[in-house]
Design a protein around this ligand. Structure first.
Ligand code: NCD
Ligand code: ZN
Length: 404
């Protein structure tokens, strides 16, 4: 491949010089309110990256088959915990230093302490709504103390969404019960009609589905997931009733040009797809607004490189290993590093009725290169978001003595 024709260029170009001169920042341990951890070998390869950076994560249920019942959610949580224990055990004695996430390239005592702390990571489970979900399923979920939310995928909207909901209007009794039991509805907000332009699907979803849902269930707690448009940010600001949104690092840092820069770049392809610059700016404004309705959700969605570099590339960006550095880069470019802590560590917890963490983490201004590829199990590799680029911030990990 000729690098001047294809694959050249650096899409990460925050406008102008950073406004802050901070060299180190501290914030409460953040949480990730939208995360795909997958299963099996892939799960073992990705779970530690999140556990080292986040205290909790809302774990998406779009496995194959999807997580539709509480017993499946409980089993999945057990597999996540086992995978984390296995990943921690491996990280205690890495084969080479380069196998380690950068945050673990430190004194052995500190590394051991960080790994022990990572075991405290809490996967917060969700159920996948289908046409067959019943009000009794919702009661079971609310009673379980294990299920924190229910995810609505319009059928066919994204990766593993074929079992999703074909007609939201028919979900009345289920949504009624969720409203009554105060169980949040997490929405993948895109229509799926083939005749609607891919770039318009989120905005059309607001008009056709979300406005009606909001009005029909005024007390239902709704999170509009991974918003990508000015219209979505506007909807969330103005909606009545408990409404919030997660925002991903890729939608804060890139516009749709990133997908086409110097050749078709599948590693920038996710759903909802990146939009025009005007939308990126509206999202950045929302993220740094200080409004508690907007909070961090990476939508880190790992796929093997061979399935991304494919004639029908899978949708999803893998951002977990350097998620906080990406967010810090975006917030700093907006001159709002001081707003990062609330966005990353406070607002989401409050929306979910949980206390923010008292443990704290730090980040250092130190250029770090995003790896070109990472292991992904069974001979597969994965290309992370912004692979090969230099980020101005490096995650240093939890603050604390090696002895705790
Ligand atoms: C997600 C995935 O791969 O599971 N993909 C994505 O592009 N975001 C699904 C989703 O959240 O839409
Ligand atoms: Zn997602």
């Amino acid at each position: 491949m000729n690098s001047t024709e294809c694959g050249g260029g650096n899409p990460l170009s925050p406008p102008g010089e950073p406004e802050s001169s901070a060299t180190r920042i501290e914030l409460p341990l953040p949480d990730d309110w939208h995360l795909h951890l997958r299963d099996g070998a892939a799960l073992r390869h990705v779970v530690l990256a999140s556990a080292l950076q986040f205290g909790r994560a809302i774990v998406m249920p779009n496995l194959k088959p999807p997580v539709v019942r509480c017993d499946q959610a409980r089993d999945y949580r057990t597999r996540i915990r086992e995978a984390l224990r296995a990943a921690v055990a491996t990280a205690h004695s890495p084969v080479t230093a380069s196998d380690q996430p950068p945050v673990l390239r430190c004194e052995p005592e500190r590394r051991a302490w960080l790994l022990e702390e990572a075991l405290r990571f809490e996967p917060l489970m969700t159920l996948y709504l289908t046409d067959h979900t019943t009000a009794a399923d919702i009661d079971a979920a609310a009673d379980s103390g294990l299920v924190h939310a229910v995810k609505l995928y319009p059928a066919g909207a994204t990766t593993h969404a074929d079992a999703g909901v074909s007609e939201v209007g028919r979900l009345g009794p289920v949504l009624e019960r969720m409203q009554k039991r105060s169980l949040p509805l997490l929405v993948h907000g895109e229509v799926t009609d083939a005749d609607i332009d891919v770039f318009d699907r989120e905005a059309v979803f607001i008009d056709r589905v979300l406005e009606g849902l909001r009005a029909r269930f005024p007390a239902l707690r709704i999170v509009f997931e991974h918003i990508t448009t000015r219209q979505a940010a506007q909807f969330v600001r103005q909606a009545e009733g408990p409404t919030a949104a997660t925002i991903t690092p890729q939608h804060l840092l890139y516009n749709r040009n990133a997908i086409f820069r110097g050749g078709l770049r599948p590693h920038w392809y996710c759903l909802p797809v990146l939009k025009r610059e005007v939308h990126r700016q509206a999202l950045l404004e929302a993220a740094v607004s200080g409004l508690p309705r907007f909070f961090l959700g990476t939508d880190s969605a790992p796929h093997a490189a061979r399935l991304k570099e494919h004639a029908a590339a899978c949708a999803g960006c893998y951002s977990a290993p350097h998620a906080l550095a990406l967010y810090a880069t975006a917030f700093e470019a907006a001159g709002a590093l001081d707003r990062l802590a609330d966005f990353a560590a406070v607002f989401g917890a409050r929306f979910y009725g949980l206390a923010p963490h008292t443990r704290r983490v730090s980040m250092l201004r130190e250029a770090s290169e995003v790896p070109h590829a990472l292991p992904f199990g069974r001979g597969n590799s994965i290309v992370p978001l912004a692979a090969g680029e230099h980020l101005p911030w490096r995650f240093e990990g939890l603050i604390g003595a090696a002895t705790g």
